[in-house]
Write a protein that binds this ligand. Structure first.
Ligand code: FES
Length: 76
């Protein structure tokens, strides 16, 4: 399910139980979240039914990879 967030950008709900979007997960990674445990503590992702866990983990890994890539280029 897609949603237009406060900034007017299109986001996708990842965790329906807690109303967490892909954008919130990416922002959490930018703010230093590094694991599913931290994501659960921070946003509540996968804290109820757990159906969102596989997609949340994909987003976590993808966001971390993107951040490492950007860090490499900003350091160069
Ligand atoms: S959809 Fe995330 S805990 Fe249920």
């Amino acid at each position: 399910m897609a949603v237009v967030d406060r900034s007017g950008d299109l986001s996708m709900y990842v965790c329906l139980c807690n109303g967490v979007t892909d954008r919130q997960i990416r922002e959490a990674v930018c703010d230093g979240v590094k694991s599913m445990r931290q994501l659960r503590q921070c946003l509540g992702v996968a804290a109820n039914c757990g159906r969102c866990a596989p997609h949340a983990k994909e987003l976590l890994d993808e966001s971390q990879a993107r951040q490492r890539f950007e860090d490499q280029f900003s350091a160069a």
